[in-house]
Write a protein that binds this ligand. Sequence first.
Ligand SMILES: *Cc1c(COP(=O)(O)O)cnc(C)c1O
Length: 455
Amino acid sequence: MSASKKILLSESEIPRNYYNIQADMPNPMLPPLHPGTKQPIGPQDLAAIFPMELIKQEVSQERWIEIPDEVREIYKMYRPTPLYRAANLEKLLDTPAKIYYKYEGVSPAGSHKPNTAIAQAYYNKMEGAKRLTTETGAGQWGSALSFACSKFGLGCEIYMVKISYDQKPYRKIMMNTWGAEVIASPSTRTNSGRKILEQDPNSPGSLGIAISEAVEKAATTEGTNYSLGSVLNHVLLHQTIIGLEAEKQLALAGDFPDIVIAPFGGGSNFAGISFAFLRHNFQEGKNVRCIAVEPASCPKLTKGEFRYDFGDTAGLTPLIPMYTLGHTFVPEPIHAGGLRYHGAGAIISQLLKDKLIEASAVPQLECFEAGVKFAKTEGIITAPEATHGIAQVIREAQKAKVEGKQKTILFNLCGHGYFDMSAYQAYFNGELVDHELTHEELYSALEALDTPKIN
Ligand SMILES: *Cc1c(COP(=O)(O)O)cnc(C)c1O
C-alpha cells in the first residue's frame, strides 16, 4: 500500500489569523534606529511610506492577528496550497526519512510572495494610498505586487535590478500584463539612482540600490507608499499562513516534523513555513529543528556579523539589528537572484543569535544537482532559490540513512522555475561555477561599516 502523495485542505480551512511570533519569542528584539539620529524610531517615522496598520503589525505583541475577509477571498484563488509527500525522492535517496513539501508555486505569480503582497495592497488601499513602489531582483516580488495591486486598483511602480531587467524580459512582461510600470534600476528617476549612475554608468544594479530608489520615490510622492517583499516583521507575519496550513495537512497524515527547511533570502518563506512549528517549541517544549538555507556566495547567516545595518545601499532605511555582510556587499551573480541580499530580518536574526534556529550555506552546483533530481522524481522544476532547500533536505535525508533514523522532514517549495530556464541551461552547459569567496570579498563591506555594533 502506498501512502497518499497529495494532502489538500478545503477553502474553509484557510487560516483566519496570522501567527505573530513576537508574542512568544524568549528574547525581544532590539529596536530599529533612525538612520540620522540613531535613536529608536517611532511609528511616525514610518508613516511617510507605510500604512498605519502595517506599522502596528511591525511591533505588535498580539499572538494572533486576524486576516481580513477581503484578503482571504483573494487567497482562495490559490490557497490552501497543496502539501505533498515526496515519495519518489525518498525512494531515489533510499532514505528512512519521510519528506514532505508545501508547494507555493501554485499562486498566480508562481511563489509564496503574493501571501504578503495581497495583504499589503489591501491595507494600503484601506488607508487611501493610490500607488505603491517597490524593488524586484529576479522578478518574483515585482510580479506578486503587480498582481496584488491589480486586484485593488492601485498603481504599481517597480524598480527592477538592471541585470535582471535585461536577463529576464518575461518577468517584466508579466508585471506589465498586471498593469505595473517597470523601470531598470539604477535609473535617472531618483537621486539615489542618479548618484550611482554618475559613478558607474554601466552599473548592473543591486537589490540594495533598487530599494533606495523605491523608498525615495515613495517618501517624496504624495499618495504613494512603499512595499517590501521580505525582511520586515509584518511581511514574515503574513507568510505564517504557509506553516499554519502545513500543520493541519501533516496532522491529516498523522505526522509532525522533526526538521523544517526553507531557502533563505531575507527570511519570508523560511518564516512562513517554520514559525508555526517554532511556536510548539516555545509553548510546549517541542524540539523541531528549523534550518534556513542560504547560498554559499551570500552567507550572511553563517558568516555575517550581528549588528545594526541598513536595509538598502544608500542608507535611507532604518537601521535594523541583523546578521549582515554589510549593506554595500555585492554578491556574485549567482542564479538564485532572490537570495542575493546582504542581510536578514530582525526576527530571524534574533532567533539565530539565541540559537533557536539553525543556518546552513550550500554551494550553487549542489543546489542545481538537487533541483534536477527533484524535477526528475517529483516533476516540479523549481526556482533556483528553492533548490537550496532541496539540497539541504537531501543532506538531512542522507544523514538519516547513515544513522538509520526515522525522521520527518518538511520543506517549503517556495516557487516554480518556469521563468528561470536560462539558469538551468547555464547549469547543463557547464557554465555555472562554485566561487569560493576570498576573505577580502567576504569582509570588505563589513569592515567599511560605521553603523552601531551590538555587544
Ligand atoms: C523572494 C524569494 C525568495 C527569497 O526571499 P525570502 O524572503 O527569503 O523568502 C526565495 N524563493 C523565492 C521563490 C522567492 O520568490
